[in-house]
Every structure is written in structure tokens, then in C-alpha cells.
Ligand binder design. Structure first.
Ligand SMILES: *Cc1c(COP(=O)(O)O)cnc(C)c1O
Length: 368
């Protein structure tokens, strides 16, 4: 069966190979006579799945040994509360606002700590990245929060800020939901990264938290036990029953990432090279088209989420219907932004973006 190219922002496309492997293992995982869904999370079978997934993720992202990897639930939106509960110590935290997701993060954090907005691109309708040197960082912030890839507005930090160089002693917290595992991470600049799995890692229901050990163990007394990083870490993410099936599927995706090849490159390097190629193909065409427009500043255009507009909104329905007929699905933009959005996560092949560009050319020629 050939499937259409799926540009969903999330839950999003998964590699065919991964879904086929999961299907073949559905009733009987490795001769155990059980589906992964039917196993005790404390049994040796699932423990081996869980440990392999963590080891593979650590290898892919080169996560230093002094960081814990937590497999949690609640999605990135729950982390908007869990992060201040664990890190703020009830004091002050700096937030940088670059799009809808960081707006939401800052709003939620106000329930638990004093939020200082250090920079915002609101005046530019979330199409720019405030220059790092312009950020008004507090002397006493417990952490600085950013969304390193704004899924809705398509604004990505291609280089993470070096807070120490900007005069802040605070750890950087990144919501990396929609670009985790799409590129390498400079851990020397990151104290904590969190990501819902359903964009670039696996099914919804799993949230990854990668956190430097010294930031663990300072939760507010009101913190629910299942969301206290120390309790989660001390119990190997099994204080409560973890989302075992999404954890397993994420593990299959990590193995898929490790198998990728692109010229001399392997694993995440191959994935990143392919992501750069895909994004360039699409942005170059949009800019040259004289028909479609992407409004994001060139230095912060997301490699993962590409919002674009047609010359008239009246053309949107025809564009989407034609796209569907051409085997290109889930291209409708977020309702707050309008227009279209192509999410081109890791499993989207270059051929998928080529097919999209070919369709966009045809559509522009017949509607220009
Ligand atoms: C999708 C997304 C969220 C929300 O994730 P949930 O799983 O719905 O909680 C938060 N932040 C970013 C950057 C996202 O892309």
C-alpha cells in the first residue's frame, strides 16, 4: 500500500518501516507470546525495551552522563506547569516569547512563580527572533524558558542562546517538542529540554524530559508526586505506570534514526542533512514563486514547520482539495495563523517535499 505524503503538524507521520515492524510484533513481541501493550512495565521484556530506547536516544542526541532522561506523560502542555513546579523554587523565571507555544508556557508558569518576559516578537506577529543580545535577563531567574521551535508560527532557533555569555547564570529550558531529534543539541547551553513525542518521535501520550541532574530535587511542596522530577528519576520513570506502548514505538523510531544514511553521514547527521535539504527546497520555491509567501525572517525559518500563504484566502479550499487528490494531506494552517503549513518532520522523505513543490507549481500556474 502506498500512503499519501502526510504533512500533519502532530500527531504526525511515522516511518512506514516502524509501523510495519510494530504491526509484525503486535501479537507476539520477540517470542514472548505478548503484545508490548500487555506486558508488565516491571517485567524483564519491557525493561529491556525501555533501557534500549533510552540508550539509543542518549547515543543519537549525545546526551551527557549527568543528564537524566525521563519518560513522562501529559505532553508539553503539562510541562508548562511541571517545569516551574520543579525548577522555580517559587521565585522568578525568565520567559522569551516567540510564538503561540511560548505564550502559553509563560501564561501557565504565572500560577507557580513570578514570570518576567525577557523578550517578545509579538510586535512582528511572531515572525522574527529577538536578537539574543537584546534579551532583558534577570539577575535572579531560576531558569530561562524558550520554545526552540515554534510549531505554529514556524520560528526556529538555529543556534541556542549561550546564557552565560549573555550574563545570566540561569539554566536554559527548551520546549523542543517539534524539532527534537531533527538536529544536534549543544547540551553545554541547555539545562532541561522537554518534548511531546507526537511530532518527531512517536505517538502521543509520551513526553520526554532531558534534565541536568543538579536541577532535580527542588520541587515545590504542592508538586504532584508523579510530576516531581526527583521521584520520576529515582524510579526510572516507573513511579506510575509509564506509557509503555508509546515508549516502545519511540524506541523503534530511535533505531530507525540510527539506521539512516545520507552519503557519508549516518544517524542524526544524515537526518539533519536531509532536513536541511527538504527545508531549502520548499523555502527556495516559495520565495521564487511570486505566488506563495512565507513571512518568517530568513534567519529563523523552521526546518520542520513551514507556514505559507496563497495570494487570496478564497483559494485555500481549492488548494487543499487539489493537494489531497495529488496525495498530499494535512496541509491546512493553524487556525490562529491561517493559510497553509507543511510540517516536514524526520520521516518525510525528500520525495514528499518534491511532490509538494511540483503540486504548488501546478496550482500557481493555473491560479496565478
Ligand atoms: C504540540 C506542541 C505543544 C503541545 O503539546 P501537547 O502534547 O498537546 O501538550 C507544546 N509545545 C510545542 C512546541 C508543540 O509543538
Amino acid at each position: 500500500m502506498t500512503r499519501p505524503f502526510n504533512f500533519s503538524p502532530g500527531p504526525a507521520v511515522l516511518p512506514d518501516e516502524v509501523l510495519q515492524q510494530a504491526a509484525s510484533e503486535m501479537l507476539d513481541w520477540h517470542g514472548s507470546g505478548m503484545s508490548v501493550m500487555e506486558m508488565s512495565h516491571r517485567g524483564k521484556e519491557f525493561i529491556s525495551i525501555a533501557e534500549q530506547a533510552e540508550a539509543d536516544l542518549r547515543e543519537i542526541l549525545a546526551i551527557p552522563a549527568n543528564y537524566k532522561v525521563l519518560f513522562m506523560q501529559g505532553g508539553a502542555i503539562a510541562e508548562n506547569a511541571i517545569v516551574p513546579m520543579n525548577l522555580s523554587r517559587g521565585g522568578r523565571a525568565d520567559y522569551v516569547v516567540t510564538g503561540s507555544w511560548s505564550v502559553k508556557s509563560a501564561k501557565e508558569a504565572r500560577k507557580y512563580c513570578e514570570v518576567h518576559v525577557s523578550a517578545t516578537n509579538e510586535a512582528d506577529h511572531h515572525t522574527t527572533l529577538p536578537a539574543y543580545g537584546s534579551w532583558k535577563l534577570s539577575d535572579n531567574a531560576a531558569y530561562v524558558h524558550v520554545c526552540s521551535n515554534e510549531t505554529i508560527h514556524g520560528v526556529e532557533m538555529h543556534e541556542l542562546p549561550d546564557l552565560a555569555a549573555l550574563g545570566s547564570k540561569a539554566p536554559l529550558v527548551i520546549d523542543a517538542s517539534s524539532h527534537i531529534c531533527s538536529r544536534t543539541v549543544d547540551w553545554s547551553r541547555v539545562g532541561l529540554a522537554y518534548a511531546g513525542a507526537q511530532k518527531n518521535i512517536g505517538p502521543s501520550g509520551l513526553t520526554l524530559v532531558i534534565v541536568r541532574e543538579d536541577l532535580i530535587g527542588h520541587a515545590l511542596p504542592i508538586t504532584p508526586s508523579a510530576f516531581d522530577y526527583k521521584i520520576v528519576a529515582d524510579n526510572g520513570s516507573m513511579y506510575n505506570t509509564p506509557p509503555t506502548y508509546p515508549w516502545y514505538l519511540a524506541g523503534l523510531v530511535f533505531q530507525w534514526i540510527k539506521r539512516q544514511r545520507e552519503g557519508d553521514l549516518t544517524g542524526l547527521a544524515a537526518i539533519e542533512a536531509r532536513n536541511i535539504t527538504k527545508a531549502k527546497l520548499l523555502y527556495d520555491y516559495i520565495d521564487a514563486s511570486g505566488f506563495y509567501v512565507n513571512k518568517v525572517a530568513a534567519n529563523c525559518r523552521s526546518r520542520m514547520n513551514v507556514p505559507f500563504f496563497l495570494p487570496k484566502d478564497e483559494l485555500n479550499d481549492a488548494f487543499l482539495a487539489g493537494a489531497k487528490a495529488a496525495g498530499l494531506v494535512q496541509l491546512k494552517g493553524h487556525k490562529s495563523v491561517g493559510g497553509m503549513r507543511a510540517s516536514i518532520y524526520n520521516p518525510m522523505p525528500v520525495a514528499g517535499v518534491q511532490a509538494l513543490v511540483a503540486y504548488m507549481k501546478d496550482f500557481a500556474a493555473s491560479h496565478g
